[in-house]
Design a protein around this ligand. Sequence first.
Ligand code: NI
Ligand code: MN
Length: 226
Amino acid sequence: MKITFYGHNSFALEIKGKHILIDPFISGSPLLHGKINILDVKADYILLTHAHQDHSLDAEAIAKNTGAVIVSNFEIATHYENKGITVHPMNLGGSWNFDFGKVKYVIAHHTSSFADGSYGGQPGGFVIEGEHKNIYIAGDTALTMDMKLIPLYTKLDIAILPIGDNFTMGIDDAIIASQFIECDKIIGCHYDTFGYIVIDHEEAKRKFYNANKDLMLLELTESIEL
Ligand code: NI
Ligand code: MN
């Protein structure tokens, strides 16, 4: 499993030769400054945690360019299906075996609306099991007791957790989340993109280290291999 960071909550996963794009917010990212042309982004699937623009902005353009299937909650899937895009609707607690692995759409505590204010269903996160590696992508969420359910069905190898505070969990709650999900390897996301969520990188890493957890803050476009 290869994981590439595009800033904010945008990640590209490569599992079994398939390209899985998470929450593409690339063309409008204040971090990327147009460094990546969305027409160059590969995708077989686009997984959307929720409808907010800082997660869904480039989903339509990339899906139309690549023919990727958009996977999200029923309302978001319907929104894109109405634009002629191939979708796979899910809802909370449900899982499905895709050709790259098993995906479970899990609870997140947040909100979900499109840029025009229309309803974007309930927000969620994804647990993906593929190539004998298991990853949890929390999406935008508060710390929630529901995270304790995840290790009951999946032994995680790595988790992507928001740490930017204000709109989501901050660092301290993300450390508790990493305990709830029983995962020691964390990739931070949803920080530094806007003034509200700027963090102190060294402090964040030190706090995780002191809790016996490893926090990775990837460089933009940096990849890691599991
Ligand atoms: Ni959000
Ligand atoms: Mn967000």
